[in-house]
Design a protein around this ligand. Structure first.
Ligand code: 5GP
Ligand code: MN
Length: 329
């Protein structure tokens, strides 16, 4: 197997876009700011290339990300409006592995050609063309490079998407992935007129009433183990229903246990359905949580990862916390 350089991969990805048409663009299930930003950034790039495309996600795209698009750019929810046809050309963005595409893969043709654009170290190059850069802070960082490679203009709409993805995946330019290159791209976006403070207010600061209500009930579940090096919060379906919050409103909750002094691994356990628990893992540095998550069939980054565990909330907490104990030992 030949190992391609990033430059080679950029030119391969550019050719894939130039030589094909009628793309399906998909990000991972339960999209975050980078997944949404990458989906819409890709859309603006494809528009600039004069290509036809369809945007889709397994579920619903949170309303809070819809400022990155406009009425021309619809995004389909596969659960409620699956496309009536199949696609032979797919672009996946911010998906660490094929499973993260979710049920959208049902509308891929059998001999589908997939362009995989991502920044997760655990990405297994599942595409026909793979534009993966593990040291990029966000998938939008890779898309920035791709836009340069394609020689396309940086429209205001595209810039807003790029800045949004960088802002959210770096936790507001604070996490260890905040590289000089991130700051250079962000500076470029600001100098082109992006209002960084408005995006920060919208994506990182503002809280809805359901979000405060769920925060209040989640903080009451705070648990510790392993000499307080592990800490977690949990959210049951009942808590969610009572608060009026949706699972989109749980973004960032995992930072509360993670931020406690002395905590090495912070966790959030979310009951998705009875018996299905989604786990978010954050590390202060000692533990590789991507590796830990992979023991449960998940993945992600060294300091931020996730997985799904079957069982009750208590069972999932017990299993994952035990594994964290082994990783800490
Ligand atoms: P979060 O906890 O915010 O949902 O995810 C943190 C990081 O882990 C993200 O980069 C996300 O892509 C990755 N991640 C979360 N859940 C999963 C999972 O089930 N499988 C894989 N491969 N990655 C995940
Ligand atoms: Mn990302």
């Amino acid at each position: 197997m030949t190992v391609l350089s990033y430059t080679d991969r950029l030119s391969q990805a550019a050719s894939f876009l130039r030589e094909n048409d009628d793309f399906l663009v998909v990000s991972h299930i339960q999209p975050d700011g980078d997944a949404a930003g990458s989906t819409f950034a890709m859309a603006w790039m494809l528009l600039a290339l004069g290509k036809r495309f369809t945007l889709i996600n397994e579920g619903h795209m949170p309303e809070k990300f819809m400022y990155m698009t406009h009425s021309q750019l619809r995004i389909l929810n596969h659960e409620t409006e699956p496309p009536e046809r199949k696609f032979g050309r797919v672009i996946s963005v911010d998906c660490a592995d094929f499973d993260r595409i979710g049920k959208v893969s049902a509308c891929f043709e059998e001999n589908v050609q997939l362009l995989n654009i991502d920044h997760h170290a655990t990405n297994d190059d599942f595409g026909a063309v793979n534009l993966v850069r593990a040291d990029a802070a966000a998938t939008v960082e890779v898309l920035y490079d791709l836009n340069v490679e394609l020689g396309l203009p940086f429209s205001h709409e595209l810039n807003v998407c790029i800045y949004s993805g960088l802002l959210t995946d770096t936790g507001g330019f604070r996490y260890s992935n905040t590289s000089p290159k991130v700051m250079q791209i962000a500076a470029d976006m600001l100098s082109r007129g992006v209002k960084g403070y408005e995006l920060a207010e919208r994506l990182l600061e503002s809280l809805t009433m359901p979000q405060v209500t769920i925060l209040k009930s989640a903080l009451a579940t705070l648990g510790f183990a392993h000499e307080q090096q592990a800490a977690w919060l949990s959210v049951s379906l009942e808590d969610l229903a009572r608060s009026g919050a949706s699972s989109d409103d749980l973004d960032g909750l995992v930072n509360y246990p993670r931020n406690i002094e002395g905590v090495e691994v912070g966790m959030l356990f979310k009951e998705k359905k009875p018996g299905v628990i989604k786990v978010s893992l954050r590390s202060a540095g000692k533990v590789d949580v991507a590796e830990l998550a992979s023991r449960f069939g998940g993945g992600g980054h060294v300091r931020a990862a996730g997985c799904t565990v079957l069982g009750t909330l208590d069972e999932a907490i017990k299993q994952v916390v035990e594994e964290v104990g082994r990783a800490l030992a």
